[in-house]
Write a new protein. Sequence first.
Length: 122
Amino acid sequence: MKVVLLTALGLLSLALGIVGIFIPILPTTPFMLLATGCLGATPRLRKKIMEAPFLKDYFGRYRREKKLPAKTVVCSLVFLWGMLALSIIKVAVLWVDVLLVLVGLAVTVHILFMYIHQPPEI
């Protein structure tokens, strides 16, 4: 039962992480890390997912380098704020706009924190 629950949680986290690649409000990396942790209960499935062409680069780079490249940080922040600006213009409801800006600030702080606090290279 534990393996089934962990696998279900891992697949749900993986799905949310993939959606987060395209929708900047969802944090991709925490969902992907949770997915890999949960899918450790089913090693064959975890291996298949980590070797999937679409996700292999994402997981591989993070596992190898343990850091975010500057290009990824810049692209992420430009895409994040571009999509948030578009959403704010389209929605034009004050409380939603404020919420989007707050989420954007939180995600920006998270991304910058991950970039600044990288483990030292050996």
